[in-house]
Design a protein around this ligand. Structure first.
Ligand code: ATP
Length: 256
């Protein structure tokens, strides 16, 4: 197994089938180690389901969920080398910022001096130094997502799953948060699977793209290729016209 190796941790869904009882999902796809892969597709195409299969909140009917080469398909979420951030409700309302982050180190919150130091450093890294005693309700939406990212930092897992984490934030704040993710990624080189409906978000921080349609992978490639006229027809149809429509290559990116 190659967790945290220099080459990073690839994630592969190998002929994974799954069903909520009706229409089946079938995923056969690899997410490159240490890259940010944007996952896009229309509502109901299966983006969250795919992340849930990687995280362990859903179990495949058949196939393998390979993380760093080892099959985690039957393992519980807590045993997987993965962190996940959702659109909201990432925090426990009755716990302070500091304790919410501390959960990333110890689910029972038995924290050592080293753990406390790691929590303080992570809060500083995401711009929340001085707010460690606040409750989640005393923070803005963006600050709450920063707390969730701080917890990701102290968990220090090689795979990060982001399920529309900034969808409820305004455009400028969303860009700030995306840049923070890109900076953290540059430091830690986690393998990031990033579900988003926003083409500009995928364009800003994504390197690879996986496009889902109708419960399966319809197209894969680099983000750069997806945003050219040569990008897949189904993707161009999905994003429509506008500044991020097909052929718009001159849009500022955080990183290229
Ligand atoms: N717990 C569940 N029980 C039954 N069906 C579900 C469940 N969760 C999702 N589904 C169905 O599975 C399909 C895929 O859902 P999923 O949430 O993965 O889509 P998505 O691409 O993430 O959508 P969105 O962009 O709207 O978040 C949808 O048809 C949805 O109704």
């Amino acid at each position: 197994m190659t967790l945290n190796s220099e080459s990073g941790t690839a994630v592969r869904l190998e002929k994974v089938s799954f069903s909520y009882g009706e229409a089946p999902f079938l995923f056969d796809v690899e997410f490159a180690a240490s890259k940010i892969t944007a996952i896009m597709g229309s509502s109901g195409s299966g983006k969250s389901t795919l992340l849930n299969l990687v995280a362990g909140f859903e179990t495949p009917r058949s196939g393998r969920v390979l993380i760093g080469g080892a099959d985690f398909g039957a393992k519980p979420p807590s045993a997987r080398p993965v962190s996940m951030v959702f659109q909201e409700n990432n925090l426990f309302a009755h716990l302070s910022v500091e304790r919410n982050v501390g959960l990333g180190r110890s689910p029972s919150l038995r924290l050592t001096e080293a753990d406390h130091a790691a929590v303080a450093a992570a809060l500083k890294r995401v711009g929340l130094a001085g707010k460690q005693q606040r409750l989640p309700r005393e923070l803005s939406g963006g600050e709450r997502q920063r707390v969730a990212l701080a917890r990701v930092l102290v968990r220090d897992r090689p795979v990060l799953l982001l399920d529309e984490p900034f969808a409820s934030l305004g455009p400028a704040l969303r860009d700030d948060m995306l840049d923070l993710v890109a900076d953290v990624h540059a430091e830690r080189r986690m393998t990031v699977l990033f579900v988003t409906h926003q083409p500009e978000d995928a364009h800003r921080i994504g390197q690879d793209m996986v496009f889902l349609d109708n419960a399966t992978v319809a197209a894969t490639g680099t983000v750069a290729d997806f945003f050219t006229k040569a990008g897949p027809e189904a993707f161009r149809h999905y994003i429509g016209a506008g500044p991020f429509g097909a052929g718009s290559r001159d849009v500022a990116r955080k990183r290229t």
